[in-house]
Design a protein around this ligand. Sequence first.
Ligand code: EPU
Length: 336
Amino acid sequence: MKIQENISLKNYNTFGINVKAKRFITIESVYELQKLVETEKDLFLLGGGSNMLLTSDINKLVVHLNIKGISIDSEDENNVFITVNAGEVWHEFVLWAISKNYGGIENLSLIPGNVGTCPIQNIGAYGVEVKDVIHKVEAIEIETGKLVSFLNNECNFGYRNSIFKNEVKGKYVITSVVFKLTKKEHNLNISYGAIKDKLALKNIQNPTLKDVSDAVISIREEKLPNPKEIGNSGSFFKNPIISKKQFNDLKEKFPNIPSYVVSENEIKIPAGWLIEQSGFKGKRFGNYGVHEKQALVLVNYGNANGQDIYELAKKIQTTIKENFSIDLEIEVNIIT
Ligand code: EPU
């Protein structure tokens, strides 16, 4: 546990942005973290760095949370409760669960990032959100160093949202997440069209957890850039939710507009479609741009500057507003 100075963060964020941390520390246990917060309160927390766009050097102490470990707390015939420490890589945990035949997270295969950050934005894909399997979240309160728990219903989970992005933002460091997974009679979610197609292609009628995971992995690999090859943070924007009235008006002008019903009066529109219709899909501006296969993903092709990518995001927001009167909300944390 040693504070280092002037460390490049290029390898610590999936966008691959090369900014510096003035001071940087790696934390490997809850005890080390408790010791640290006795004297340091103004922290910049870094997990897998998969949901942030860094636009300048970081003057706060950068805390790289690398607390490892997976353990089973309890189990019965049907379910297992598993504590996973914040520094575990999300996808490695998914693969571990599948190898033990524990169900519930197979649809969330290949999502970049660490376990400790998965509750913050309530990661989700293909009809599943991590809130569906989180029992509780354990965290250290920075002010007091105390270990506290947030039960699932105390996390205020929503679409790419939670209490950790709102009411208690900056007050806690998540140290572990306790998951409740199934041991049998798995509740498979294979309603998503692309998953169905993949399984049908392989002639699989009764898929296992691994079959579903493999299908998800191949869908993601086809559409989403691998951050190890092309820097990115997954979906840069949220899919906007608009009123039924606004949707009906848009539908008259754009009969092909895709949509999902959220509630009686709310419709979700895929932001990727709006961006593609506005001509940005695959657009490259020097060493950054909009991904060619999924318009919702902004990419760094080389040594791009975070500020340039942020300017592009703002340009996309303005254009979508002009074309569709829709406010696109940025999903990635912009670090200024
Ligand atoms: N679409 C386009 N052009 C594009 C991309 C999408 O027209 O370039 C339209 C198509 O109509 C397509 C629809 O959007 O059918 C949906 O696309 P997709 O299935 O790729 O999903 P998404 O709505 O773009 C969301 C999540 C992803 C998640 C997928 C699958 C958000 C912000 N994004 O994307 O999450 O993997 O669904 O469930 O909700 C992430 O958060 O980083 C992420 C990748």
